[in-house]
Design a protein around this ligand. Structure first.
Ligand code: SAM
Length: 253
């Protein structure tokens, strides 16, 4: 480390959970890092690839208080100005609901060199582990990745989404699941439309519930889901390998 030479920041995606779903490029970035700033949902096993780095947790996992985004941006800039090589490690892909864009803009504004190592995003990879191809040809023409955690004035346009016929993958939707389901039904999606909720995808603790849309929230509650959870809505969920379901509720009448 040379304090006169500005450091650089690499935003790295750690994948959905299984540490073997890390890319070779991510491993190389971790090996070369002086400091790793770790987010929520990153599996601790991934950090074996950063043996010489100082690890700073900025997520709220394990009861730690979360770090406000402005502070993380400021920390990245300050550390890089000291000449350190920094990896900003995030679950999934840093640019998919990962605030990677905000951090990249803050670094760019501060004149800090930054690059991105993409990761495998959970919304595609986790359904795939169940045999669910979110863009299955003949069933759908594409997939929409949606946040379930939005303020009222920024609600997704549920009607447009339903009209689109796309597979819907909802990130961060667990807390508002009943409301999301109600909005989709109000927008015209049938009560019997197939859906799937998957908790802790690609980890040993993975569990999933398949149910028609109208029964999904109840099924998820009955299963006691509390961890990171994805909601997948669409005909493609019928392609899930049935023997992988821990709980599968029959089609609604
Ligand atoms: C802040 S977003 C981060 C998404 C991440 N950047 C990605 O590309 O997967 C966190 C949400 O991602 C989803 N998620 C991430 N990892 C997951 C996993 N292993 N199983 C299920 N859902 C997951 C959950 O919806 C969780 O609330």
């Amino acid at each position: 480390m040379d304090a006169r030479t500005p450091g650089r920041v690499t935003l790295v995606g750690a994948g959905p959970g299984d540490p073997e779903l890390l890319t070779l490029k991510a491993v190389r970035a971790l090996e070369q890092a002086d400091i790793v700033l770790v987010d929520d949902l990153v599996s601790p096993e991934v950090l074996v690839h950063a043996p010489r780095a100082r690890v700073v947790y900025v997520g709220k996992r394990a009861g730690r208080p979360s770090t406000p985004q402005d502070r993380i941006n400021g920390l990245l800039v300050r550390l890089a100005r000291r000449g350190w090589r920094i990896v900003r490690l995030k679950g999934g892909d840093p640019m998919v609901f990962g605030r990677g864009g905000e951090e990249l803009l803050a670094l760019r504004r501060a004149g800090i060199e930054a690059d991105v190592v993409p990761g495998i995003t959970s919304g595609i990879a986790v359904p795939a582990t169940l045999g669910v191809p979110v863009t299955h040809r003949g069933l759908v023409t594409g997939v929409a990745l949606i946040t379930g955690q939005c303020r009222d004035e920024r609600e997704p346009d549920w009607q447009a989404l339903v009209r689109s016929g796309l597979t819907l993958v909802v990130y961060m939707g667990l807390a508002r699941l009943p409301r999301i389901v109600a909005s989709l039904q109000q927008a015209g999606l049938a009560a019997s439309h197939p859906a799937l909720a998957i908790q802790d995808g690609t980890r040993a603790t993975q569990r999933q519930v398949a149910a028609p849309l109208s029964a999904l929230a109840g099924a998820v509650e009955a299963a006691g889901f509390a961890g990171p959870c994805l909601i997948v809505i669409g005909e493609v969920t019928r392609l899930a390998a049935t023997d992988l379901s821990t709980l599968c509720i029959g089609d609604a009448a």
